[in-house]
Design a protein around this ligand. Structure first.
Ligand code: MF3
Ligand code: CO
Length: 289
């Protein structure tokens, strides 16, 4: 897109290009010329889109709060699915997982050695000592939000609660590394260092993602990496950070029968927390948590 100085800016602000994103675009072009990967225009949300994603996230956050209030030992994971589905729909929203690529339920519930994409079922009962990830994603007014939390059921072993705690610390360290004119590699490096310093591995096969207009957009957000590498971060980007940490090796496999449930290869437990994050002028803001 070639814009003249007096054209309307591409961001829908209604301002002239010369009064809006011209310097921003020049700065991006300079990074690109130096060999950095830079975001495309559709990865940069305008204020109307950000407002839409915020509204979606309000519902997503309320759904996770409800799960947090109700989750308990003896519950089956279909009950969690129903809580999520009903509050989402009653809020005028759509659960994004339902029918996404054929996913059969409204939420992912992943227990112990399940890394992600666990399918709720009446036959899956939460047991004392389980560590559980509940991953909620919402479509509201066409806008997507996505977040997950871990829950510890009853008495969780020291070893397993350390995994849950360190996974949350990794998410927060990843968030702290989000800076405008920084790089995605800064985020991956912060997460990987903290995980490995604590004796855990970081799953490579899945990562965070752009989110907002679609469920999964570019960029892919690796939870490993090197500082100063990977895509340039700029204000207006919205993406998830959702590190999956394993007690053993980072290798995973997908269940052959249901084609969704992701397990650790070695049977060690896995934990994950997820935020939807907005890159701001001076750092980052958590949109969904
Ligand atoms: N919520 C997951 C994520 O964080 C994606 C789940 S896809 C589904 O990206 F189909 F399993 F729901
Ligand atoms: Co996600």
């Amino acid at each position: 897109m070639i814009l003249n100085r007096n054209d309307q800016c591409w961001c829908n602000s209604g301002k002239k290009y010369k009064k809006c994103h011209i310097e921003f675009d020049e700065k991006l072009a300079a990074y690109k010329a130096k060999g950095h990967e830079v975001p495309s225009i559709d990865m940069i949300k305008n204020s109307e889109q950000i407002e839409g994603i915020r509204e979606s996230a309000k519902i997503n956050n309320a759904v996770l709060d409800l799960v947090q209030e109700k989750i308990k030992v003896g519950m089956n994971t279909e009950e969690i699915n129903k809580l999520v589905h009903d509050l989402t729909v009653n809020s005028g929203a759509i659960p994004a997982p339902l029918n996404y690529g054929g996913f059969p339920k409204s939420v992912c519930v992943s227990i112990n050695d399940v890394v992600c994409h666990g399918i709720p079922s009446e036959d899956t009962i939460l047991m004392d000592g389980d560590i559980v990830n509940v991953d909620v994603s919402t479509i509201y007014n066409g806008y997507y939000s996505d977040a997950s939390r871990m829950f510890m059921i009853g008495n969780v072993s020291e070893e397993d609660s350390k995994l849950v705690r360190v996974a949350k610390e990794c998410l927060d360290k990843g968030l702290e590394a989000v800076k405008p004119w920084g790089f995605l590699g800064d985020v991956g490096a912060a997460i990987q260092e903290h995980a490995e310093a604590n004796g855990f591995s970081v799953v490579r096969a899945f990562g965070g993602h752009g989110v907002g207009i679609e469920f999964h957009e570019d960029p892919f957000v690796a939870h490993v990496g090197k500082r100063g590498e990977g895509m340039l971060l700029v204000p207006g980007m919205v993406f998830t950070i959702e590190p999956m940490l394993n007690q053993g090796d980072y290798e995973v496999f997908v269940d052959e029968d249901d084609e969704w449930t992701v397990f650790t290869e070695d049977g060690g437990y896995s934990a994950q927390w997820e935020y939807t994050v907005l890159v701001t002028e001076d750092g980052a803001e958590i949109i969904a948590y």
